[in-house]
Design a protein around this ligand. Structure first.
Ligand code: ADP
Ligand code: MG
Length: 213
């Protein structure tokens, strides 16, 4: 795919994320049952099912269009913390994509970083709070570094997935300081964060679909 991420590629990324969320729905909900209210898989699957229905309608015209429709649908269909957080992330990604017909590798990395910034603006999470930030932030940093070191997009995305997985696993011993899990205090330690788990799927989907270059 020569490192170009066009509207079709972006659509396929979002669709693959939806597929992975559906496959992992039970697992995500099980993780949320330990430190939350047992709805993360259900929430994300409801949202992504609605997103896929929207994207199956009139074909999106630009990468920004794909991302905007995804964000708006998540905001409107998903309650709880994750709807506004993922929704804001996708809406910020749409703004960063601007009017471009296709993104190059660096452009895609910028879009992903704008999504991370959206999560921070919305949820105020910092490193170590035991949230999706703890997987997404290292992944975005790793993607930037890998591209700066000259890796092609596919290889750089696989590097980013590895960073997300390490970040996700590192949430296990953390004590939650944001979101519902923070109500548990010390008892939140010893459990993997559901949002860090789902956002790792977002990276995996990117590596699978955009990772041929
Ligand atoms: P709720 O907690 O409202 O039931 P979900 O279960 O769908 O919503 O999502 C929970 C996930 O949301 C957590 O695992 C965590 O990763 C993420 N989260 C919660 N609060 C924040 C926040 N302030 N910033 C970033 N992520 C957060
Ligand atoms: Mg929940």
């Amino acid at each position: 795919m020569d490192g170009k991420v066009d509207t079709v590629a972006l659509t396929n990324w979002v669709r693959e994320f939806g597929r992975l969320v559906a496959v992992e729905k039970e697992r995500l909900t099980e993780l949320d049952s330990a430190i939350g209210d047992a709805d993360h898989g259900v929430n994300m699957d409801r949202g992504m099912t609605a997103v896929l229905a929207v994207l199956a309608g009139e074909a999106p015209a630009t990468p920004a269009d794909v991302l905007k429709r995804t964000g708006m649908t998540l905001v409107s269909k998903v309650g709880g913390a994750s709807g506004p957080l993922y929704g804001t992330a996708f809406l910020r990604m749409a703004a960063a994509a601007g009017g471009a017909d296709a993104l190059d590798a660096t452009g895609f990395a910028k879009v992903l970083r704008a999504g991370l910034d959206g999560v921070v603006t919305r949820g105020k999470a910092e490193a170590g709070d035991k949230t999706m930030y703890d997987a997404l932030a290292p992944a975005v940093d790793a993607l930037d570094e890998a591209l700066a070191a000259g890796q092609p997009l596919g290889e750089a995305l696989r590097t980013a997935v590895a960073a997300a997985e390490r970040g996700r696993d590192a949430t296990i011993p953390m004590v939650a300081r944001k979101g519902r899990a923070s109500y548990l205090g010390e008892r939140s330690a010893g459990h993997q964060d559901p949002g860090a788990t789902s956002v790792t799927l977002l990276l995996s989907a990117a590596a699978t679909v955009l990772g041929e270059g």
